[in-house]
Design a protein around this ligand. Structure first.
Ligand code: AMP
Length: 207
């Protein structure tokens, strides 16, 4: 399916080794105790690693977070401290959970990341952004607030992930998401995760 050599994950139960992850990520996985990649992780890894756009229907509990965190960790240029990936999530709780998964799986990679959500910690988030990050995980309103104040650059961003996109639409974030998508270049990778594929989600994926 892809021009470059892809790892052999054709067997029925592939291992993390077979995905072709870096030794830093494999070490973190071993420490966390994940034995094998879950189905959504296997199915997403090669296309996401190749930079393709993805629409994934997947529920919380399926292992969907690591399904985008693993290929993203693989694609980051750790020598460049400009934001390269933006992950947009509906709630503070999910922001913390997704950010935690980046920190756990990326702990030996040199990953620098920030978790951004409303109601608290603007100055701390600002300082972290100024110090340089590879990945920004955040809720739409506060993310746009920092973006509009020029607190982070987007010229090096190569991927944007919308996680639990159906929840974001349900919570009234459509306008914010439209602004975020309109302000990021068409050429970047777009990954959308949603538990349901409602009419609103299909309209979003059409774009
Ligand atoms: P999620 O759907 O991303 O919220 O993940 C649900 C739970 O599955 C979380 O507690 C993860 O830590 C766990 N998990 C993710 N990937 C794996 C794996 N490959 N093996 C075992 N547990 C996992």
């Amino acid at each position: 399916m892809f021009a470059d050599a892809e790892p052999d994950i054709s067997g029925s139960s592939p291992t993390f080794d077979a995905l072709g992850l870096s030794e830093h990520v494999l070490r973190a996985i071993m420490e966390i105790g994940y034995k094998k990649p879950l189905q959504v992780q296997v199915e997403c890894f090669a296309p996401a690693k190749a930079g393709r756009n993805l629409v994934v229907q997947s529920r919380t509990g399926s292992g969907k977070t690591a399904a985008f965190v693993l290929p993203i960790l693989h694609r980051i240029d750790y020598s460049n401290s400009s934001p390269q990936v933006v992950v947009v999530v509906p709630t503070r709780e999910l922001a913390l959970q997704v950010h935690g998964e980046f920190e756990r799986l990326g702990r030996y990679t040199g990953l620098k990341s920030v978790c951004i959500y409303g109601g608290t910690g603007f100055g701390e988030q600002f300082n972290r952004l100024m110090a340089g990050v590879h990945v920004i995980v955040g809720t739409p309103g506060r993310l746009l607030d920092h973006y509009r104040r020029g607190n982070f650059r987007t010229d090096q961003v190569h991927a944007i992930v919308l996680d639990e996109a159906d929840e974001m639409l349900n919570m009234g974030f459509k306008e914010d998401i439209d602004v975020i998508l309109a302000d990021t270049p068409d050429a970047i990778q777009r990954i959308l995760f949603s538990a349901t594929l409602s009419a609103g989600i299909l309209e979003l994926t059409d774009r």
